[in-house]
Design a protein around this ligand. Sequence first.
Ligand SMILES: *Cc1c(COP(=O)(O)O)cnc(C)c1O
Length: 391
Amino acid sequence: MTFPDNNGYFGNYGGRFVPETLINALIELEEAYRYFLQDASMQHELNDLLHHFAGRPTPLYFARGLSEQTGIMLYLKREDLLHTGAHKLNNTLGQALLTRFMGKKRIIAETGAGQHGVATATVAALLGLECTIYMGEVDIERQMPNVKRMKLLGAEVVPVTSGSRTLKDAINEALRDWVRTVRTTHYLLGSVSGPHPFPMIVRDFQKVIGNEALQQFSTITGKLPDFCIACIGGGSNAAGFFHAFINTTTQCIGVEAGGKGLYPGGHCASLTSGKPGILHGALSYLLQNDDGQVMDVHSISAGLDYPAVGPEHSFWKDGNKVTYTTCSDKQALNACITLTRTEGIIPALESSHALGYVLENRDSFVGASVIINLSGRGDKDLDTILKEVNI
Ligand SMILES: *Cc1c(COP(=O)(O)O)cnc(C)c1O
């Protein structure tokens, strides 16, 4: 049995909780996507762009220094080396080609930290698509370099002033745009969240991470890794990475942002301390108060600031296929500095959560082989990092 099922469910999670006007668009999208998968020239073009434009395959790097220091055999899957500096481009390249395949000329997207906005604006420039990015006013202030990048690439950036003026509100605004413009416009959703078929499509385009890592690791060692570890915002880099390992002996661990601590408003740990509910068209684990109101979230890394998580992760959690845990702001920062000073790699603060969990729980991993998905590079976080560590 493969998931999602025909109705877009991963066990109890997922579905399509959207206004009537969007149901047809989602059905059309799913159909177009199935043709896209069977179209040899489309698949060839995607693979060609992933190779020559994006820079795949990304290396699997054995972190010798950090391994010697910790007694863990630590490997890093280097998505930070992908064009635009994070795994996001795997998905935006795929969906941009799908947009053209569907005969649409405009894409819209939401962005929080701006990474998905930049990856979307990049493929829009590449394929000559019109591009509008919705971004909360608060995030626009926090992430100005990425806003400038998007504008330089030719995208229109629309400030969102409703609600908490962050990612969750930007998604609402993008969905509103899509209801009005669905005939000409594709909503290029950025994570494994939202209504069916998005969680499936985004996961599929990100599966290249795990497929490559599995092959690279077995070429080097002749074995499977003991652990695969990734950070979780909406869950796309983790889903794409874990998928190749999910029915093997490898243990997968997803690390959510523990923020300043597990008190209300202090973190983004939907799977660790949320409960099932509906947000942005899908049923999944969600941070909500006793009245069912979606909670405000906090993390030092804007890319993990999302109160829900993709439905497949909820399914994996309930089925004990993946372990979900947290790493705090401080632990992530420490890991970021450690990797920078030991290996000469400045990781994104999002990715630092995955490494932070391993370093904080070193005893559980000593002697084991661990692949950490280094989802992105830390250049965008320099101000935050330097402010916190007083260098
Ligand atoms: C966006 C982002 C994330 C979080 O998104 P997922 O959908 O959970 O992968 C993690 N790391 C980096 C570098 C990002 O840009």
